[in-house]
Design a protein around this ligand. Structure first.
Ligand code: PBG
Length: 331
């Protein structure tokens, strides 16, 4: 599709850029608080707000403070909050049993938010890394991250989250067959309206570094995640992952990380037209924050530009640590 275009000077493309009103009229995309999912880190205790050193402006919050954060987010027009538990070494075991403990941190936070701010959507992560002594998203047997045994555990984890009241379950583990297995288990347990937002095209990325600090996984992780997360060199494979997950019952799909992978976002949106999200991950957030703190870029403008670019690339929404800051800035 091409607009008819006369030769210069009949066409002066600068005419449509001459002032803010005209630019607004021809803007092809918009960014609003309604596009955002806010990832938050939850930890034990009460009244706790503990800064994450590698993510300036991001704190680990105890459950009471997470409830306040959810209230603030909802009042700012942010539709969803995504919970990530920070798990101490004592709760990281080879069997990962804490992952499906009905009273684990994630489930306690879910119930507390549901009671206080019932209308905000709650998203959670399905993967074993917060609970495993190896820092891996699956069970490790003789050095191998085993697929099918892990999927059995993910089912227990997801069911405990659905039971606690989670609206959107986000499998981030990259095991094969987990979307179909989770969908079947959710249906069988009567959780017919629980959404699955698959981390379908998740790459083995260096940009997750600050997140692993935030959830206490950096020290724990042995080796890398390249046998389950994708090779950054690949793009056709991302489409196969997304197609597979949609065919197994995913309601929404995600590309992760975000900004270095905008080409993948566009391909996924064009190929399937499904609700498509990107995760602007911890390392992307840290880079913008660090440069802004040094006075090297205008942090507010870079934040808004980076998020608009996700919309332009075809995303319906973005998981971003900037969410409340963006929402305030857009007011
Ligand atoms: C773990 C998980 C990770 C992130 C979200 N879920 C890290 C990883 O795969 O090692 C990263 C998020 C971020 O960097 O902001 N299943």
């Amino acid at each position: 599709m091409r607009a008819i275009q006369a030769a210069f000077p009949k066409t002066r493309l600068r005419r449509t850029r001459q002032n803010a009103s005209i630019r607004g009229l021809v803007a092809e995309n918009t960014l609003s608080a309604a596009d955002l999912i806010w990832p938050v880190f939850v930890r034990d205790g009460e009244g706790v707000r503990e800064p994450v050193a590698s993510m300036p402006g991001v704190d680990r919050l105890s459950v009471d403070n997470v409830v306040e954060a959810a209230r603030e987010a909802y009042d700012l027009g942010i539709p969803a909050i995504c919970l990530f538990p920070y798990t101490g070494a004592d709760k990281r075991t080879a069997d990962c049993a804490e992952a499906w403990n009905p009273d684990n941190l994630s489930n306690r936070a879910t119930r507390a938010i549901k009671a206080a701010v019932p209308d905000i959507a709650i998203m959670t992560d399905v993967a074993l890394d917060p609970y495993s002594d190896t820092g891996h998203d699956g069970f490790v047997v003789d050095g191998e991250i085993v697929n099918d045994e892990t999927v059995e555990a993910l089912i227990k984890q997801a069911l405990s989250q659905a039971e606690a009241g989670v609206d959107i379950i986000g499998p981030s583990d990259m095991m094969d067959g987990r979307i179909g297995a989770l969908r079947e288990a959710l249906e069988a347990a009567g959780h017919k309206n629980t959404l699955l937002l698959s981390y379908a095209a998740k790459y083995a990325s260096a940009f997750y570094g600050p997140f692993r600090d935030a959830v206490g996984a950096s020290g724990a992780l042995k080796g890398d995640k390249k046998t389950y997360q994708m090779n950054p060199a690949n793009s056709d494979e991302a489409l196969r992952c997304v197609e597979r997950d949609l065919s197994e019952g995913a309601d929404m799909v995600m590309v992760k990380p975000g900004m270095p992978y905008l080409d993948i976002c566009r391909r996924v949106k064009d190929a399937f037209g499904a609700p498509t999200y990107a995760y602007q991950v911890s390392g992307e957030y840290a880079m913008i924050k660090a440069a802004a703190q040094n006075g090297w870029i205008d942090g507010d403008k870079a934040m808004l530009e980076s998020l608009m670019c996700f919309k332009r690339a075809g995303c319906d929404g973005i998981l971003t640590y900037f969410a409340p800051e963006v929402a305030r800035s857009l007011r």
